[in-house]
Design a protein around this ligand. Structure first.
Ligand code: S3P
Length: 462
């Protein structure tokens, strides 16, 4: 809730509409319980000084700064942190007495993203592709954390030379060796950590990589691309094909945000759980799957009724895997089991998830009770949207399914015993398949629809 005490932060950029920072920072505010709102601030060219001074006058707690203003804001700051000064770019402003102090959290964000993956820099032989804005932050990170040697490659060789000279001067040792991009063959044999800091390969030009030669990629044990659209860049693919590990820039984006948030709010820390949850949401958004909700659970848990209620209440499409299978097979599930057997039905389930997973948007799906039992299906579901496990006690299931003869899995003399056995055997698969689980026994359909909505969209961490 925004009220009279809400502190305001924002991101100044142009354009700003594409930015993930408002979503991320407002999530951190919710997760850490801080009364803070973070808004997009589109600044017109030539208005940078007015923007910084105006923000200060209006009591903004802080700002992020991005393209094209990371350098342009610098003259209007009260102080500049050492790292930001060394990189020559500022992406975070923190309010202090009389003005803002400028920081660069891209560099420590990159470092933290790498550290999380167990990638070390100290004593490493490295290659850095690109000497632009992000390249500077990456060069500084490598230098400050004790890289042994860095081959710095840039399309415009002169820029590589001047950045290398500047950084070698700063660190007082010969760390950086500049080269033109096409001179990569001159990098000695060895095993390198490579950071890709150019925008080559970024959507929509996803078929491009700065270097194509396989021989180059064979020298790389770990590739880190600062690009995260697409999720797997051509550079990453080439690194993997040559046997190395590869990472995209999403973690760097998240950690630069975490570090900025903690500079504005020194009394709190963003937890690992909050980082995990924001990563999940950003991945979904990047893949265009953010509106999808998938309901799993045992027969009689209410997947279909809750799913329908959810879809109509929140304006989404509704799909039911059992209904899709019946429509496609032209017969009931009972008939499929009787005529073709359970295995054939399970194959149809996998085909169905595979097919809808790719194309659904803003959709709620109710999934047959046995579908998450296959490992492949669990992976497909998780990749297609937010998976919610509707959990129910055996007694509730039996009560709800009394007199129902549409479920071949429950045929026999003692359906109650069968429910108990199946539930016990399936619980682990359901838990593995889901992002969230919800107890359904004491809640009505409408309550469940609302509860699930809150879970999927809530501000707090899980
Ligand atoms: C099954 C559950 C059913 C249906 C089929 C098999 C199962 O779906 O897919 O009868 O193995 O649990 P519901 O869970 O929607 O009833």
């Amino acid at each position: 809730m925004i009220d009279g005490k809400t502190r305001v932060c924002g991101i100044m950029a142009n354009p700003v509409e594409h930015s993930y920072s408002p979503m991320m920072q407002n999530f951190f505010a919710g997760a850490t319980g801080v009364n803070l709102a973070y808004v997009p601030l589109k600044v017109e060219p030539g208005m940078v000084e007015e923007a910084v001074k105006g923000a200060y006058a209006m009591n903004l707690l802080g700002m992020n700064v991005t393209v094209p203003y990371k350098q342009q804001v610098m003259p209007f700051l009260k102080e500049i942190d050492e790292g930001a000064a060394a990189i020559g770019a500022v992406n975070t402003l923190v309010r202090m007495e009389g003005g803002y102090k400028g920081y660069n959290t891209d560099a420590p964000g990159l470092y933290r993203a790498m550290a999380e993956e167990g990638i070390s820099i100290e004593g490493e032989e490295c290659i850095l592709l690109g000497a632009g804005g992000a390249g500077k932050a990456a060069a500084y990170t490598l230098g400050v954390h004790g890289a042994k040697r860095v081959y710095l490659l840039n399309r415009n060789r002169e820029r590589a030379v001047s950045l290398a000279e500047e950084m070698n001067g700063k660190f007082g040792r010969e760390v950086f060796f500049p080269m033109g991009l096409e001179e990569y063959g001159g990098i000695p044999e060895g095993s390198y950590l490579c950071i890709q800091s150019t925008s080559v390969g970024m959507a929509p030009k996803t078929e491009e990589a700065p270097i194509e030669d396989e021989a180059f990629y064979r020298k790389i044990h770990t590739g880190f691309d600062i690009v995260y659209t697409p999720f797997e860049t051509r550079f990453m693919k080439l690194v993997k094909q040559a046997g190395g590990r590869a990472y995209n820039g999403l973690s760097m984006l998240i950690y630069q945000g975490v570090i900025a948030y903690e500079l504005w709010n020194p009394a709190v820390k963003v937890s690992a759980a909050a980082v995990k949850e924001i990563r999940r949401r950003m991945e979904e958004k990047l893949a265009g799957r953010d509106g999808n909700v998938i309901l799993i659970g045992f027969m009689g848990a209410g997947k279909t009724t809750v799913g329908q209620a959810y879809a109509s209440r929140y304006g989404k499409e509704f799909l039911d895997t059992d209904a899709l299978i019946e429509a496609r097979a032209g017969k009931t599930i009972n008939a499929i089991f009787a005529e073709e057997g359970e295995e054939a039905f399970r194959r149809m389930e996998t085909e169905t998830v595979r097919e809808i997973g790719d194309r659904m948007r803003n959709t709620v799906v109710s999934v047959g009770g046995g579908l998450p039992l296959r490992e492949e299906n669990r992976r497909l579901l998780k990749a297609a949207g937010t998976v919610v496990y509707l959990k129910s006690r055996p007694e509730t299931v039996c009560e709800r399914l009394k007199g129902d003869d549409t479920r071949p899995m429950l045929k026999g003399h003692d359906p109650e015993k069968r429910v108990r056995e199946l539930l016990a055997a399936r619980e682990a698969a359901y838990l593995d398949a889901c992002h969230f689980s919800v107890d359904t026994d004491e809640r009505t359909q409408e309550e469940l629809a609302e509860f699930v909505y809150g879970l999927v969209n809530r501000e707090e961490e899980s």
